[in-house]
Design a protein around this ligand. Structure first.
Ligand code: CTP
Length: 417
């Protein structure tokens, strides 16, 4: 793997050298692990560096952050830490650990272990490889479970029969990786995955853990593939039994993909989620938001998307609608809800109005401010906002152009001479 490591950016190479020296001084062993190793072999861009230490991971992270003079975040209880090397580079450090699942679908009991123990607790063979970054072993691939061969053969393969029972979120992870890499879930793994689905394991995990995996899945570049596979393998009952995903839903999701790609957006999961639950009504959507605790902002966006009614759409699609009216309809909405609308109404006047808003109206500014009103001798107060709003509407509707026009209009509104 030396050759692969040598192709990494110089800052990462410097980090590797330092990390190896620190581990050696501490008489510990350091390895790159997880998705970083997988993507290094695949030639995919990934600078999410994960280091596992056989030894004291926290002490290692402290030394590494000191030598870079960078910020350190420690989670002593889990024996993990994050070293923030730079704005685009961080390293997650973990102490090699052993995990034991006292009961299915619950968080494991963790204790210190070897690299092999650490690997046995992981999801798939392709994510269970390590690269040593120390001394004589520098660059050596450690592949206990045949991950490299599975990468070559494009297979998603679990490590043991209880994998999906221990951690049912792996059901969603298997789908996510299978479709991202265009691999196939290996037959035995698929059989056990289906069994876990039959046992409704996804309903037995804490909803927040399912939510996190669902979000990662929807953040994939073109998640429609993953959503289709979910429909075939897990269904959507685990989100809410009432959810029906029809041909119309897929048309909407495909339109969302087009909108996101035309805006060069990747990872705006909430738009896809709104598309996925398009068939739910407001009450059902609220239930889902409560169950998954999406956070205040995202919940607000999801609920807002359900409050868009026919009257709103009729207004937005009215012939001869003024730009100021388009602005007043769309500006209270989040970017995500506007993108959803754009995907839903993908032709005709509504689409044009949304595009005009996104391209032009939402970027418009006035050439005047409150200071100008003050200079004109207008008494400060709530009136300021009203006057500026009127001027802005006139600006949107093309009634005033430059600053002089705007000042003239202010005088008129405020009845000044
Ligand atoms: N992991 C696991 N089981 C989980 C979550 C994570 O075994 N339920 C392990 C895997 O070995 C994975 C690593 O933790 O490679 C890091 O997890 P994560 O960052 O979620 O995945 P990546 O493999 O890095 O994938 P991505 O490219 O999507 O970040």
């Amino acid at each position: 793997m030396r050759e692969y490591l040598k192709r990494l950016p110089s800052q990462v190479q410097e980090l590797i050298g330092l990390a190896g020296d620190i581990a050696e001084d501490m008489n510990a062993r350091a390895y790159f692990v997880g998705g970083f190793v997988r993507d290094l072999i695949l030639g995919a861009n990934n600078l999410d560096l994960d280091i596992v230490i056989e030894g004291d991971g926290i002490a290692f992270a402290e030394k590494l952050s000191k030598s870079f003079g960078s910020k350190l975040i420690c989670h002593r209880r889990f024996k993990t830490a994050t070293v923030m090397i730079g704005p685009d580079l961080k390293v997650d450090v973990a102490t090699a650990r052993k995990e034991f699942y006292p009961s299915p679908a619950h968080l494991p009991v963790v204790s210190t272990g070897s690299l092999k123990d650490d690997y046995f607790r992981r999801d798939f063979t392709i994510n269970a490889m390590a690269i040593s970054i120390m001394g004589g072993n520098f660059g050596k691939l450690i592949d206990f479970f045949g991950g490299e061969a599975d990468l070559r053969n494009k297979r998603i393969c679990f490590l043991h029969d209880l994998s999906f029972i221990d951690d049912p979120t792996r059901i969603l992870r298997a789908i996510r990786f299978e479709k991202r890499f265009n691999f196939k879930i290996e037959p035995k793994t698929l059989k056990y995955l289906k069994q876990a689905v039959k046992m409704k394991m996804l309903n037995k995990v804490e909803p927040q853990r399912v939510r996190d995996e669902l979000i990662l899945l929807l953040k994939e570049e073109r998640p429609i593939k993953q959503i289709r596979r979910m429909q075939g393998l897990t269904g959507f009952d685990f989100i809410i039994p009432a959810l029906s995903v029809s041909k119309k839903t897929y048309q909407l999701i495909s339109s969302i993909e087009k909108v996101c790609s035309s805006h060069r957006i990747i990872g705006l999961w909430v738009v896809y989620f709104m598309g996925l639950i398009d068939a739910l009504d407001l009450k059902q959507a609220k239930k889902v938001c409560d169950k998954f605790a999406f956070g205040k902002q995202n919940t607000k966006k999801i609920i807002a998307s359900k409050r868009i009614n026919r009257k709103f759409i009729t207004s937005l699609g009215k012939k001869g609608i003024k730009p100021s009216r388009i602005f007043s309809l769309l500006s209270p909405l989040s970017y995500e809800v506007i993108l959803l609308l754009k995907a839903k109404y993908n032709r005709g006047i509504i689409r044009k109005n949304i595009d005009d808003f996104l391209k032009t109206y939402s970027h418009m500014h006035l050439g005047v401010t409150g200071y100008d009103l003050q200079e004109l001798g207008i008494r400060p107060g709530p009136n300021y906002q009203k006057i500026l709003k009127k001027v802005f509407q006139a600006r949107l509707d093309g009634m005033v152009k430059d600053r002089d026009d705007q000042l003239k209009l202010i005088r008129k509104i405020a009845k000044l001479k």
